[in-house]
Design a protein around this ligand. Structure first.
Ligand SMILES: [Zn+2]
Length: 161
């Protein structure tokens, strides 16, 4: 009955792969929903700021920076959240963003195919997506060319023969 065991093994591997993929898609969908929710909240806060400014204007009162600080802080927080969600989506898709033009590019790309900008080395962050990470670490031998210039000044060698 070995053959059945083998089939069972292959099937469970396929299942594991599919389940992993499905959970990734589910996570991505959830993150996208969080992004949209944050964007909606930001829009609401913009509206509130607009109303507050309008009211002050109608009452002929001065608008103080402090009045808007809390709302601005909330927007900052939501923006941070959006960036985090976007980064997590990129990690899930095993992609990264060009630091220059923000185009989605391959994780291991050294240069952006869109704008040609050289990408900084990837910082190793929490990576729970790949258990078996391929070690494709290309060692970039930087422009460190040691030039040993041996200039020996040999002057005044009087060889009287
Ligand atoms: Zn680019």
């Amino acid at each position: 009955m070995e053959i059945f065991e083998k089939i069972g093994d292959a099937a469970s591997k396929t299942y594991k792969f599919t389940a992993e993929k499905t959970s990734k898609i589910a996570r991505e969908t959830k993150l996208k929903m969080q992004i949209n929710e944050s964007k909606r909240k930001i829009e609401d806060i913009y509206k509130e700021i607009g109303e507050a400014v309008y009211e002050k204007s109608v009452l002929d009162e001065e608008i103080k920076k402090e009045d808007l600080k809390q709302k601005c802080d909330e927007i900052d927080e939501l923006s941070d959240k959006i960036v985090k969600c976007k980064n997590e989506i990129l990690t899930l898709k095993e992609k990264r963003q060009c630091t220059n033009c923000y185009e989605e590019i391959e994780l291991n790309a050294h240069y952006c195919p869109n704008c040609g900008f050289r990408q900084p080395e990837i910082e190793k962050e929490e990576c729970n997506c790949n258990e078996e990470s391929k070690e494709n670490e290309e060692q970039n031998e930087a422009d460190e060319q040691q030039e040993d210039v041996n200039t020996e000044d040999e002057e005044g060698n009087n060889n009287d023969e």
